[in-house]
Design a protein. Sequence first.
Length: 340
Amino acid sequence: MSKRTSRETRHPATLCATMLFALAILAAPVVFAQSPPAGTDQSPEQLLTAGVKAFSQSAYAAALPKFHELTAHAGDPAFAPYVADGYFWVGKTSLALNDLTEAQKNIEYFLMHYPHHPAYPEADYLRARILFLQQDYQQAIQAFQEFIAHFPSSPFISSAYYWSAESLYDLGQLESARKLFIAVVQQYPTSSRAEAAQYRLSLIAQKGREEELLKLLQWSHEESLQAVDDFQQKEKTYQEAILAYQKQLSGQGGNALTEEVTRLSGQIQQLQTTISDRDQTIKSLTQKLADLQAQIGGTGTTSLPATDTQREELLKLQQRATGLKEYFQGELNKSQGGQQ
């Protein structure tokens, strides 16, 4: 009985404490919840969440005002933890909208003022990407190299290598670009850039073959031009020689022609003297042949020798005499023809 009385006595106090705790829990959201600042109907956290969601759905134009709202209230203490995110996402969203000037301005501001922010590595990568899209390839290559050196474990490393290679490709440095594309394919085969890098490698190989073919065609063309030039020079020389000869024949070069005729006449006289000497030799050989025939046959007739040796010797003498006669007769005829 006493125990029951004791429990019943404590019951009102326990019930009161429970009610007070429940009221405290219900009141907690009212006390601690962040109310929207003046001039906006959303809290900074809501603005950031809504903007990131719109960005993830590629609704960049809808996302951008949300992020601008964060940077516009930079002086408001309630927005202070979200201002850095605002600048980062304004830069990233402007880049997606291809507004490179706005993107560069906000990314550079973010990098300068928030070096310890978790998004800093990605912002540094975006800075290099903006330079590439502005076609400032030399600066882009340097920016990508700095990013790779500072953040080697970043998930954007494969993309940094790829866009460095693209910068070199656009600068015409194909061999250096090829090495970086190979690095992307071999070191990051599962990355989103591996397939694109492989395609670029095939283009570089094709371009190399085209350049070799172009060099070959150029060389062949130059060789052809040289051959044509040589032919034209020879043709010109030949035509000049013909004109000079025609002038000589027309009497403009009479002295030279007279000298040439005199020279040829002297050569003909020498040939005639030589032929006369050979005629004497032929007569002498003919006489010896007749004497030999007379000795063999005992008469002056041209009977054949009695023995094979004698017959062979006689035939040789005949062939020699006949050959000499025909040779010198031919020389005489040629000389007379040239004189004419």
